[in-house]
Design a protein around this ligand. Sequence first.
Ligand SMILES: [Zn+2]
Length: 72
Amino acid sequence: MNCPKCGRKVAEGMAYCANPACGAVLEKPRPAEPEIKTGKEARLSNFVSLARLAAFVLAALAFLYRHFFTGR
Ligand SMILES: [Zn+2]
């Protein structure tokens, strides 16, 4: 790629232009940002975390039940 300011050829991945007289900050192609979940996806995500919580609570209850009622 070339520096957008001075036009000098710049190596890929450089954060700044190699030309000391220029020193322009080069824009890098950003990694894809995580998409903000909206609407249906957010609700689905909430449902999944609720289901996980419920499964955890049930497992904990089952453990406590066995611990207290069959452990004698
Ligand atoms: Zn430059």
